[in-house]
Design a protein around this ligand. Structure first.
Ligand code: TPP
Length: 693
């Protein structure tokens, strides 16, 4: 254990205690009024959070978006009232688009509407809903994972944009985490990576209160967490009593002084501190304390027992004179630094502007290749790599990597200067997540929260390992790009453990997620062209390991149709189609082959390339009906995945060629035959649909 260095610890006075008890009682009162929530942890951690915010956090409540602000992540999202109380008491101003800008982010009335419909104080902190909330937390461990992305972003920004005399980015990332966070695997993955990357700008404060929902942590958890973090390469300190403000100040001062490794502060606290019968028990964790218990706690704090939502005189002013004053000074100095930076480094300043506005530089897509028709073609993972490397040099704030699969997912940036992001080179753009899919997703969210454009890649099958952060990208409306390859039974000999079946429909079922499975190299190019313009939506690119022909776009419709989600690739001649064939990815070529055969037999068919359900659903009904006319009910979908969902497009009488079981380990040709993905099988189904069977 590293010893705490001496800090410039200030004297603790009555006003400090008054502020702390205000946080505690606001939290208790809000949970009581809602009759729902988690009072115990805010009561226990109020002194810790107070010390951090009031004495350390470089944060200007007047601008919660200031790019160089220290980040505070409440990974124990269930203790949301702790954060809401701080946002209110420090006078954070609203900055989100839908909010009344510059009004207080949270008023006392907002605290009184805790957990109510449309309130700004939902059960768990939600990014974009409440200014001052840096990330959505609640699923335990995610805040920890996000924080590593936030810290990596600072390191990248500092490396690229800081110049002698211009330290534009030097912020620190602080996390409050609990036993639940420490038990979740994602925090271990993320901590291991943070230790490897020697992220000295990251501090996790671990609230060790030995209580979770079922009771004592000894029911399930007895390792020495501090030793684990020491083994990860973190600096580890202990604070024996969460109420010891001096010890907390010293620990935080030490954490800020350590610059070559992340810091871990294990704080010992009593959940529900001050509650007469529930303190130190799981009864203080997740329910309102009850009127009598609250009275008793208030008595213990020396608080008026009958008061409710009381903010005593002097509390707002005290915060204003601490975090408020310090933040305003720091931000003021930073803004003048930025003004001088703009004069001296106009090109870099312009980059920062674009990055923060989520716009793209002129000509960002100028080098995207157009792929000539080719019967053999190439795997979509390969065309994707070409397109990625045509775009990324133009967008220096785009960073990404894989969970140890970059040679397979073809997600490496290969141009000069792309390099690897490592502890001795934070300017690298290729991220090596190691075999840590869950942390990869969570870190990508942290990078996107920092206005960078991240991508993470892996095999589609392992998207299951990172479903929670993928879902959170969508909830937070973050433009994270997920590149998933090896997208079907086409994986062949690796067998059912590696062959995705239900993953595609599962990703498509996430509200707000854009899933694109392009059907040839030019559709891959169009897919990238589209996803790069997304500002508030995550996307999944679903790519193949095996080759697919590059279609002759002189003969078939241009790939630009991809932006509509589905488009007519080839149509019937001489009348309405007798059957519509819809396909995605590698199966598009099967549809085209079947179309040509049917044509030679005099059967009128239409091929609809259908790379993205979500983009298609966003089209006006008129367009959708032009592609899939309601009166043409003979329809076939072809996709090497679960057929669930295709009924939406094939209707009740159509046929879905897809997977109805797990796959198998065998050479691809054998699998295609076994599971019905041959030209003959498709033609037969189509013929039947068209009434010629
Ligand atoms: C991934 C995940 N699993 C389960 C939960 C449900 N849950 C919320 S709080 C909690 C217990 C957390 O214990 P701890 O971190 O010690 O918090 P404290 O009791 O100190 O408030 C659990 C299991 C969750 N929010 N996220």
């Amino acid at each position: 254990m590293a010893s705490a260095t001496t800090a410039a610890s200030k004297k603790i006075g009555d006003i400090d205690l008054l502020c702390i008890n205000t946080i505690r009682t606001l939290s208790m009162d809000a949970v009581q009024k809602a009759n729902s929530g988690h009072p115990g942890t805010p009561m226990a951690l109020a002194p810790v959070a107070y010390t951090l915010w009031q004495d350390f956090l470089n944060y200007d409540p007047a601008d919660a978006n200031w790019p160089n602000r220290d980040r505070f992540v409440l990974s124990v999202g269930h203790a949301s009232m702790l954060l809401y109380s701080l946002i209110h008491l420090t006078g954070v101003r609203a900055v989100n688009e839908h909010e009344d800008r510059n009004a207080p982010a949270l008023t006392i009335e907002d605290l009184q509407h805790f957990r109510q419909l449309d309130s700004k104080t939902p059960g768990h902190p939600e990014y974009r809903m409440t200014s001052g909330v840096e990330t959505t937390t609640g699923p335990l461990g995610q805040g920890c994972g996000n924080s590593v992305g936030l810290a990596m972003a600072q390191r990248y920004l500092a490396q690229r944009y800081n110049k002698p005399g211009f330290e534009l980015f030097n912020y620190h990332v602080f996390v409050l985490a609990g036993d639940g966070d420490m038990m979740e695997g994602v925090s271990g993955e993320a901590a291991s990576m943070a230790g490897h990357l020697r992220l000295g700008n990251l501090t996790w404060i671990y609230d060790s209160n030995h209580i979770t929902i079922e009771g004592g942590t000894d029911l399930a958890f007895d390792e020495d967490v501090g030793k684990r973090f020491a083994a990860y390469g973190w600096d580890v300190q202990h604070v024996e009593d969460a109420n010891d403000l001096v010890a907390m100040q010293e620990a935080l001062a030490h954490a800020k002084s350590v610059i070559d490794r992340p810091c871990f502060i294990q704080v010992h606290s009593v959940i529900g501190y001050g509650a007469p019968t529930k303190a130190g028990t799981n009864k203080a964790h997740g329910e309102a304390l009850g009127v009598e218990e609250i009275r008793g706690a208030k008595r213990f704090y020396g608080w008026p027992e009958e008061s409710s939502f009381l903010v005593p005189d002097g509390v707002y002013q005290h915060f204003a004179g601490g975090i408020g004053k310090r933040g305003a000074e720091r931000r003021g100095a930073w803004l003048s630094l930025l003004a001088r930076y703009k004069e001296q480094y106009p090109a870099l300043a312009a980059e920062l502007e674009m990055m923060n506005q989520h716009t793209l530089p002129a000509g960002w897509d100028a080098d995207i290749p157009s792929f000539p028709a080719d019967a053999k073609g190439l795997a979509s993972r390969d065309s994707s790599q070409k397109v990625l490397n045509a775009i990324a040099p133009h967008v220096p704030w785009m960073l990404g990597g894989a969970a140890d699969l970059a040679p397979s997912t073809k997600s490496n940036m290969t141009f000069a200067g792309a390099d690897s992001f490592e502890a001795d080179h934070y300017g690298g753009r290729n991220l090596h997540f190691g075999i840590r899919e869950h942390a990869m997703g969570s870190i990508c969210n942290g990078l996107a929260l920092s206005a960078l454009r991240p991508y993470g890649s892996g095999f589609l099958i392992f998207s299951d390992y990172m479903k929670a952060p993928i879902r959170l990208s969508a909830i937070m409306e973050l433009p994270v790009l997920y590149i998933f390859t090896h997208d079907s039974i086409g994986v062949g000999e690796d067998g059912p453990t590696h062959q995705p079946i239900e993953q595609l429909v599962s990703l498509r079922s996430i509200p707000g997620m854009i899933v694109i499975r392009p059907g040839d190299a030019n559709e891959v190019a169009e897919a990238w062209r589209h996803v790069m313009t997304l500002k508030e939506q995550p996307a999944c690119l679903i790519l193949s390991r095996q080759t697919m022909p590059t279609l002759d776009r002189g003969k078939y419709a241009p790939a630009a149709g991809l932006k509509h989600g589905a488009y007519i690739l080839a149509d019937a001649e001489g009348g309405d189609p007798e059957v519509i064939l819809m396909a995605t990815g590698t199966e598009l070529n099967l549809a085209v082959g079947a179309y040509e055969t049917l044509k030679s037999e005099g059967i009128r068919a239409r091929v609809v390339s259908f790379p993205s359900w979500e983009l298609f659903e966003a089209q006006p009904a008129e367009y959708r009906h032009s592609v899939l006319p309601p009166h043409i009910t003979a329809r076939v979908s072809i996709e090497q995945a679960s057929t669930i969902g295709w009924d939406r497009y094939i209707g009740s009488s159509g046929a879905a060629i897809g997977m109805h079981s797990f796959g198998a380990s065998a050479p691809l040709a054998a699998l295609l035959k076994k599971f019905g993905f041959t030209p003959e099988a498709v033609v037969e189904v189509a013929r039947k649909q068209a009434g010629h069977g």
